[in-house]
Design a protein around this ligand. Sequence first.
Ligand code: URA
Length: 261
Amino acid sequence: MDERLLRELELLPVARLYGLATPAAREPAPLPAAPREPAAVAEAPRRVPTPARQAPPSPAPAAPVVAPPAGVEAMDWEALRAAVRDCRRCGLCEQRKQAVFGVGSPTGPWLFVGEGPGAEEDDRGEPFVGQAGRLLDGMLAALRLARGREVYIANVVKCRPPGNRVPTPGEAAACAAWLDRQVELVAPRVIVALGKTAATRLTGSEGSLAGLRGRVHAYRGIPLVVTYHPAYLLRNLPDKAKAWEDLLFARRTLAESAARP
Ligand code: URA
């Protein structure tokens, strides 16, 4: 683990706690600052269980079901990218500069799913290139990962919601077939849902993010772990420690899933 990075991310104490960084020279590593959760997600801190514990089945998705675009199930990367570029399946296409497809290793084994492009992503055509993306890159680097190196990054919706609002269930449903085809093509060994929109879309549960963390869900048979969105972490620094725990949990989940035939 890169200790300089962990320090920059304010994750060094937690990494030490997990034996992932060398202990502090003199004193035991301090515990991370007491978590401050917003009222809506307040919950007693709890241990992250082992990956063997599977989540109970999620309730049926609340999102509307929208007919998939013709032929999507047979699209290769090139055809899929072109279809997403030209997509007009919901109103988000009206104000976008461009659709933001996805980036990274086309064969995983990690797949990170965010919410939707913001202004910088809309400008540049790549997910997570703004401030939140820089935090995500830092956390990946601390795990010795990078976009394009074992990691694919995609979003629930491919076009920027005006004013960076949360995408509606209808918009997420209209975009669902694109993400699902990305999941099929990447065939990841683990999926990490970043934030509530991705967690709701992929677990089909309307439960709080805090309630969905810390257990292994499944999306189309692929292990799925839920964590905080990097943009949320920029505003709620103490929860970075929990996000770091989630990433370590995802890494263990991946190791278990890779050990299976
Ligand atoms: N937030 C997201 O959820 N996705 C991005 O691509 C950028 C910010």
